[in-house]
Design a protein around this ligand. Structure first.
Ligand code: HEM
Length: 119
């Protein structure tokens, strides 16, 4: 299930950049579609994350932090896209997205499950 989680957030990040570049090049309709698909992928990220969490016997503070940061990353992506659409400034949310994404990935990798657990 961790693999499904990794696949879904990787797909989410790709779709986020695709959506943003479609928006920047003024392709409104394709942007709308990709944004909709991206929102479905958000749901997949959260569901796969929750499924992974339910397999953990002892929930530590690090797990809680991982969940909060994961949701925050999604929130920042959504804010960048929605605010771009409305013509509002997005700088603060871009910064949040980059910083929180990096911390989320580092914390995710540090936690015991996942790709690196077999080594
Ligand atoms: C865009 C958002 C997210 C990113 C970039 C992300 C990234 C990651 C990464 C890199 C891992 C480690 C995979 C590995 O070790 O092979 C991971 C694991 C995990 N993620 Fe996420 N995640 C996100 C959202 C979420 C959400 C929303 C939840 C909870 C609802 C969640 C819960 C978990 C859990 C429980 C693990 C397993 C941790 C462990 O190794 O024990 N993640 N995530």
């Amino acid at each position: 299930m961790v693999h499904a989680h990794i696949t879904s957030w990787a797909l989410g990040i790709i779709l986020f950049f695709v959506a943003f570049s479609l928006f920047k090049s003024g392709k409104e309709k394709p942007f709308k579609i990709v944004h909709m698909v991206l929102r479905l992928v958000y749901v997949l990220i959260v569901i796969t994350g929750i499924v992974v969490v339910t397999g953990v016997s002892q929930l530590s503070a690090e797990y809680i932090a991982k969940i909060v940061l994961g949701i925050w990353t999604i929130g920042a992506m959504e804010m960048v896209l929605v605010r771009s659409k409305k013509g509002k400034p997005t700088r603060v949310f871009w910064i949040q997205f980059i910083v929180v994404l990096i911390v989320t990935i580092l914390l995710g990798v540090r936690l015991p499950l996942g790709l690196w657990s077999m080594y």
